[in-house]
Design a protein around this ligand. Structure first.
Ligand SMILES: [Zn+2]
Length: 452
């Protein structure tokens, strides 16, 4: 198919329809024509040289025209509207117009994703425009958009080429924040390692001891990277504001007053435990078994359950409920709210080292309203999975170190997924994947003096 003719033909039809005066833009026509004009000509299939540049400029101008029409009409703009506009402008080499497309999205209160930022960022970095690129990266972060490995690699390479090594530590920290585990093989590593101090030896893959977090190559111990106090405070505030709407202000205020008096350091998602394995009724005895397993690990557990499950407790289970109440180990969420908000808020309130015992992947719509990056990172450090079987309760707390890139003075470690699922883009998932020892290969780059 001649893609060039198709977009031009479609654009001619669109313009001809506008000239009749009877044309009213509709969402489907506009998104179709915009996708066509913003379509990037594949390498080797499009015109070359000046023709290519002229065509891309023409496409960008057409994309601007269409988005202008859409914004003037009553057709709602979407994330795709601005992502395509930004992409068309970036492809034409017009960084200013591409940046303006992102600003238009914000003005229209449309949340854009990484795909809108990536082409603009790539263009700025390719041109060595580090400061505008960094401004764009900060803006993406402020909007809760996690950049990908390729974006961070472009920023690092840009800083390296421009002799801006002062920027490298912050860029590495952002890389570690957004790209917990790089899919393998990962070209971004080249850019990361090119920023390593020259005196360091080259990178090599090393095994990390699952129990201690010690790197077999350099002896450094990997750290557990928790959310900072400010990030955790922001997550707690977001949970509270969403919960308040979902559960009602008076109920939530009563819960927060109660929470301030609780001494728990571990929250048990009672419904998730009680219904585990597809149980037809909520099994309070299972919940109690998990409570006792937590206590055996030196924890102070709190069971969060919807009040209806507490009120409907079978006579044989009522002593359990009374015992939890006596020990301050139960919060029964009142009717008219979602218990998810209560257990999440109670767990976030614990802070560093707090546990949330649940096999819930927390993919429901209401969790999607939380800032994804921070919530994902919080989950990796706080969610304790459980298994119930003939042998009793098995708790699976987070490992003693975080499976994410760690850059410290003296040693850098970047994890890469190897084997099954190696090529998956982890940043796109909302599931907390507990990496099995051996599923990750660690790229170690360290000062030569560091040996085990
Ligand atoms: Zn190492």
């Amino acid at each position: 198919m001649d893609t060039q003719k198709t977009w031009r033909a479609a654009l001619s039809e669109y313009r001809a329809a506008k000239e009749t005066g009877a044309f009213r833009p509709d969402a489907r026509t506009c998104s179709d024509i915009l996708a066509r004009v913003a379509g990037v000509v594949r390498k080797g299939h499009g015109p070359a040289g000046d023709d290519a540049a002229a065509e891309l400029t023409e496409r960008a101008a057409a994309a601007c025209e269409i988005v202008d029409d859409v914004e003037r009409s009553d057709v709602p703009t979407t994330e795709a509207t601005y992502a395509l506009l930004a992409r068309a402008c970036a492809a034409a080499g017009d960084a200013g117009a591409a940046t303006a497309a992102l600003a238009r999205a914000r003005a229209a209160n449309v949340a854009v994703r990484r795909r809108a930022y990536a082409p603009v960022l790539a263009l700025r970095c390719a041109r060595g425009e580090l400061d505008p690129a960094l401004a764009l990266a900060r803006e993406a972060a402020a909007w809760g958009v996690a950049l990908g490995a390729a974006d961070h690699a472009a920023l690092l390479a840009c800083a390296g080429r421009g002799g801006r090594r002062d920027r490298v530590p912050a860029l590495l920290a952002a890389f570690a924040r957004d790209v917990p585990v790089a899919p393998a093989p990962e070209p971004a590593w080249g850019a990361v390692l090119a920023c390593a101090p020259r005196a360091w030896r080259g990178a090599r893959f090393a095994r990390v001891d699952a129990a201690s977090g010690a790197c077999a190559a350099c002896g450094a111990t990997l750290e557990a990277v928790a959310l900072g106090a400010a990030e955790r405070g922001a997550l707690a505030a977001r949970v509270a504001s969403l919960a308040l709407q979902a559960c009602g202000a008076a109920r939530w205020a009563a819960f927060e007053r109660w929470l301030a008096t609780s001494a728990h350091d571990c929250v048990v998602d009672g419904a998730n435990v009680g219904f585990a394995g597809g149980a037809p009724f909520l099994e309070l005895r299972r919940v109690d078994a998990v409570v006792r397993a937590c206590e055996q690990r030196g924890r102070r557990p709190l069971v969060v359950l919807h009040a209806r499950h507490v009120h409907r407790a079978a006579p044989r289970d009522r002593p359990l409920v009374r015992a939890w109440r006596r020990r301050g180990q139960l919060y029964a969420c009142p009717a008219g709210g979602n218990d998810d908000w209560y257990w999440l808020a109670a767990a976030v309130a614990v802070g560093v080292g707090g546990w949330l015992v649940s096999n819930d992947e927390m993919r429901d719509h209401h969790f999607g309203m939380l800032s994804r990056g921070d919530f994902l990172r919080w989950k990796t450090r706080h969610v304790v999975k459980f298994a119930l079987g003939g042998g009793g309760v098995v708790l699976d707390p987070p490992p003693p170190y975080s499976a994410q890139a760690q850059f410290h003075p003296g040693a850098w470690h970047v994890p890469a997924r190897v084997g099954a699922g190696a090529g998956e883009a982890v940043a796109a998932t909302v599931v907390t994947r507990r990496e099995q020892p051996g599923a990750l290969a660690w790229l170690c780059c360290a000062a030569p003096g560091r040996t085990p």
